[in-house]
Design a protein around this ligand. Structure first.
Ligand SMILES: Cc1ncc(COP(=O)(O)O)c(C=O)c1O
Length: 436
């Protein structure tokens, strides 16, 4: 087994350093302007990445960070995993592009064979795409083909991607949708993502799932919405409700799946069996590939006398398929979903005392998908993220108001770095308290 080790942080220049600032200016000059701005209305300078190895990422100023962002949770095996590098370089001497479904590559077929086994029905087929949004689009289309009902129940705070289909169902931030409302599906209803015992959410779902609703679309743990874990039994009650009304369940496991939340599939871990399952993010080991999986009885609806297809030029392309296949093999061989559950438990245990030391913090998560709700004071989670950067830890933020610090390190991260993060976070919170 090839391995590389994560080094502790080494911050030589306060981030973002001069080189990052210069690169940020070049980025600003060429990239369409978007995203959050500083309170003075100016865009932020960012830390610009140069390379990564294991759970380390290096910026253009030579700072070395321990990466608790991991490509928005996508780098399950860390940066440049040696076995993925090897398979990528081998595949690059064989075949880069095939012809989708017309003349598929062997790697695409092997990937589908492995992926479809993950579906709890035991007789699934799949549709590959390039992004999470692609997989959600494929699932929405499949549900409509199967039920003929255009309505979809989605949830508050949800994020399913920003192309038109998924965007209509993403409640996270109103501003993402408002300018495009005229072109978005009018068939979406939104129930609150479960809190407390989940009863209020179920009650709304009962009221909203009528004969027009063909699908319930849910993240088994709310990701970008702030890492919210539903109460025990909620998902099975919801799925049962959907099925009793003739609606299908689409589980968006794009973030939670493949071990991130401590299980291959988060909803199956919770004892709830969906119909369609969307995977993405970690699937490609860092390359773009996603999948929508469903039992044959549903997927068969794509077979029609008139031609109905859902595809794109690079869906299941050999390079990403080969890397995805090896990623799945490594996750299985090294029991990384179980490792994620164990390491996540350790991280939460290390962070728990902070919620007593600093009242008002709320800690949530499962596996290596952990959120710390910090409120809006002192720059909210963005302010805390900057303080952690200065200490050599790369993190992201979540929640509708960016009030949740999000920790999604590679599943391969060594435990000493989890402990070090907890220490750095204590220090950062102390500094934040002093600044208030
Ligand atoms: C739960 C979930 N679904 C879908 C997506 C969209 O994936 P992509 O950005 O690859 O389109 C994301 C992205 O963050 C996500 O977190």
């Amino acid at each position: 087994m090839l391995e590389s080790k994560t080094e502790p942080p080494d911050v030589r220049v306060p981030p973002p350093g001069p080189n990052s600032r210069a690169w940020s200016a070049r980025h600003r000059a060429q990239a369409a302007p978007m995203g959050p701005k500083a309170p003075n209305g100016q865009p932020f300078d960012s830390v610009v990445f140069e390379r990564g190895r294991a759970s380390n990422v290096y910026c253009v100023d030579g700072n070395r960070y321990v990466d608790f962002a991991a490509g928005f949770g996508a780098l399950l095996l860390g940066h440049a995993h040696p076995e993925l590098e090897k398979v990528l370089s081998e595949q690059s001497t064989e075949l880069w592009q095939a012809l989708g479904d017309v003349s598929p590559s062997t790697k695409k077929i092997e990937l589908l064979e492995k992926l479809t086994r993950l579906h709890p029905s035991g007789d699934a087929t799949g549709l590959l795409g390039l992004s999470g949004a692609d997989a959600i689009t494929a699932a929405l289309k499949t549900a409509l083909l199967a039920t003929g009902r255009p309505g979809v129940l989605a949830f508050s705070g949800s994020y399913h991607g920003l192309s038109y289909g998924p965007l209509a169902h993403s409640d996270l931030r109103q501003s993402y949708r408002t300018p495009f409302l005229a072109q978005l599906s009018p068939h979406v209803r939104v129930a609150p993502y479960p809190e407390g015992d989940g009863e209020e959410s179920l009650e709304r779902a009962r009221a909203l799932i009528d004969d027009n609703v063909g699908a319930v679309l849910i993240e088994p743990i709310l990701g970008r919405g702030g890492v919210v874990v539903p109460p025990a039994g909620y998902l099975s009650a919801l799925f049962e409700l959907a099925h009793s009304r003739g609606a299908l369940v689409i589980a968006d496991e794009i973030w939670t799946g493949l071990g991130r939340s401590g299980a291959w599939l988060s909803c199956v871990h919770d004892g709830a069996l969906p119909d369609l399952i969307c995977l993405g993010k970690g699937l490609g080991g860092g390359l773009p590939v996603s999948a929508c999986l469903g039992p044959k009885r549903l997927m068969e609806n794509w077979s029609r006398p008139d031609e109905v297809v859902h595809t794109s030029t690079f869906a299941g392309a050999p390079l990403s398929a080969a890397v995805a296949l090896r990623t799945l093999e490594i996750l299985e061989r090294d029991r990384l979903p179980e490792e994620s559950l164990r390491k996540g438990g350790r991280l939460i245990k290390r962070l728990e005392p902070l919620t007593e030391e600093f009242p008002g913090l709320k800690l949530r998560g499962r596996g290596l998908m952990v959120g710390l709700e910090v409120g809006l004071a002192a720059g909210g989670a963005s302010g805390l993220r900057q303080r952690l950067l200065e200490r050599g830890f790369m993190t992201t933020t979540g929640g509708g108001q960016r009030d949740v610090l999000v920790l999604t390190p590679p599943l391969t991260i060594e435990e000493e770095h989890l402990d070090a993060l907890a220490e750095a976070l204590r220090d950062a919170l102390q500094q934040r308290k002093g600044a208030r």
